[in-house]
Design a protein around this ligand. Sequence first.
Ligand code: KG4
Ligand code: ZN
Length: 344
Amino acid sequence: MEKECLFSGKKVQIGVDSTDDNYIMAIESSCDETACAIVKNGRDVVANVVASQIKTHEKFGGVIPEIAAREHLDSINIVVQEAFEQSGINPEDISAFAATVGPGLVGCLLVGLNAAKTLALVYDKPFIGVNHLNAHLCANYIDTDLKPPFMALLVSGGHTQIIDVESYSKQTILGETIDDAVGEAYDKVARLIGLPYPGGPRLDKLAQEGNPIAFELPISKVGGYDFSFSGLKTAVLRLVKSFDGRELPVSDICASFQECVSKTLVKKLKKAVEEKGYKQVVIAGGVAANSEIRKKVFALENEGYKVFAPPMKYCTDNASMVASCAYFNTNTFDDIDVEVFSRV
Ligand code: KG4
Ligand code: ZN
């Protein structure tokens, strides 16, 4: 695809049809990580820098948007500089600058977007705006030879979707959650049983020590490829209350919850890939770091599917996936006047 340099209007070839090597610098700042990366030709990471705000938000038990935005401001120059240093690449040799446009926290997104636009203007390069959800999917292109078509399960703090990826640019959402996202359910249940923020990974860790059939929790009956997790969350609340202040069997509750969630997700993913007749299955998003979901999805390899899941560092928010998305995905926002958005 041809993209235009912001000042000179010079055309640059970006993407799979480019004959020149593309080095894309991307910034991610949609939530509580300030990240910058440089990726060569959508697959080879030459720099990956992430400044996490977990320590800041831990004491509040969740992300405070105003504080997050201010921390992005403090970190942005540092992560950009660090990415240039890690890669040894000069700004002049970057093919395009990219940033997450949404969905995310508006004040946070503004920091990364404006930094990337400024870099593109200063160095007279194209600017590429990226959808955060598309970026999570594209984490699977990093260090692999994955090519569409494939069936994807996107599980993050804000979204739960089954996506039919027909080509790099054509994606259809087959189903999604009608209430809580999986990550949200993890974080809420973690809070219910007294685990500190960020709840998801902590719950996962405890679940590995517990008995997955200790408690029978309800599997939602929502039809098609849609999901619902609010009933499950309420069931855990009821279970916790039934202990009436006595010590909770925390690991067993975690394991039972994790079993119920992972079973539901993978069942629908399997049905979708079977129906479409694809041979490749992909998981993406922060919750794709979950041990049991990974285990169950990788078990599909025994049924003849090729399974892709990003390594942990590319599952949770990072900028390499944004750079990869800017390279592969034609559904980008290339207008310099693009505005951030909070929800899809
Ligand atoms: O994709 P992500 O980094 O941010 C969003 O775009 O939402 O996902 C963050 C979510 C949080 O809800 C977090 O608790 C969850 O991913 N998460 C996990 C695990 N690691 C992160 N949930 C369950 N098990 C994990 N190992
Ligand atoms: Zn994310």
